[in-house]
Design a protein around this ligand. Sequence first.
Ligand SMILES: Cc1cc2nc3c(=O)[nH]c(=O)nc-3n(C[C@H](O)[C@H](O)[C@H](O)COP(=O)(O)O)c2cc1C
Length: 364
Amino acid sequence: MSDLILLKPYTFQTEKYNNRIAMAPMTRSRAGNEGNLATEQMAIYYADRADAGLLISEGTVVSKKAVGFINVPGIYSQEQTESWKQVTKAVHDKGGKIFVQLWHTGRLSHPDLHNGELPHAPSAIDPHAQAYVESGFIDTVTPKEMTIGEIKATVLDFKNSAKNAVDAGFDGIEIHAANGYLFQQFFTGTSNVRTDEYGGSIENKARILFETLDALKDVISYSRVGVRLNPSLHNAQGTTLDKDTIATHEYIVKRLNDYGLAYLHLTEPFTDVSEVPYAVTEVAKHFRPMYNGLLMINKGFTRETGNKVIEDGDADMVAYGVPFISNPDLVKRFELNAPLNEADRSTFYTFTDKGYNDYPKLGE
Ligand SMILES: Cc1cc2nc3c(=O)[nH]c(=O)nc-3n(C[C@H](O)[C@H](O)[C@H](O)COP(=O)(O)O)c2cc1C
């Protein structure tokens, strides 16, 4: 047995984690059924990975309008809520914990996914990115600027989905405020040129996130809510950094201290930002001093670097993405310092068990 701190049990407030490893949220597009329900195939996938300290589900949409990928599951309908019970039960039966990631893609979507209607966004600005539809990845379009009523309705969609998550047996929820999706579109000057209370100042650009958090108080304890941010996202996911981006994220992170959340989930930059003005190159190091609670960090970590970031005091947990796709027994492999299976990118978003439930565990 390894003595890595990464692998040791960890308690934060009253919550006990079997280790400091999380599975990062990852869209796998296996909910290609009418109603976009969770399935038995998905229950097997998550239960197979249940020895992570925490599983975070794939992005799960809070409404029909939130969709930006085909075949992703939702958690806004009663039927969807029921369908997730087999997943949470399968994970709990294996002694695991699972949060559901609540997702609205905003302008990173396409009319093909909305009966020909435009996707919703803070402002009518095309991200010049791609959305994943029936025919594969296609170019995005100029979205529709949301009315105040549509913003308020979206906040309620998050609240409704959080309530459904509790009913479905999830241990908590993660608000997806990262990776260029709806919330980050509000945070960023290149996607938000609104002149009302949701645009302009830093406080205004961050408003939708805090209104969402405030709306949750009636349906879930904040100790079961995480928030995901990707502050240095640049030239990816239709997002470019501007002079206020980091300051906006600093404001958000500091204000999140008031909520007593389960965790703050940050990602290191997705692209090389060493030459980019206004970027932060070391996200965990930069934000750690501003946040008092559990800080989870992600992106590109190995067994050794994940252990080091915790030892250095820059994070409390590490989320692994791609390594968990191809290694259902990742925790065990880390314990034994065993080699890892390579992931097959061609099956990340396909529909069958190939590249999903067929990666071998050690000894298989
Ligand atoms: C197939 C795939 C799907 C992903 N889907 C999501 C998602 O639904 N929500 C999210 O926040 N991030 C998503 N991500 C990003 C991952 O959570 C993670 O940030 C990324 O894989 C980097 O971590 P890694 O280097 O450990 O793989 C996805 C990544 C991959 C590879």
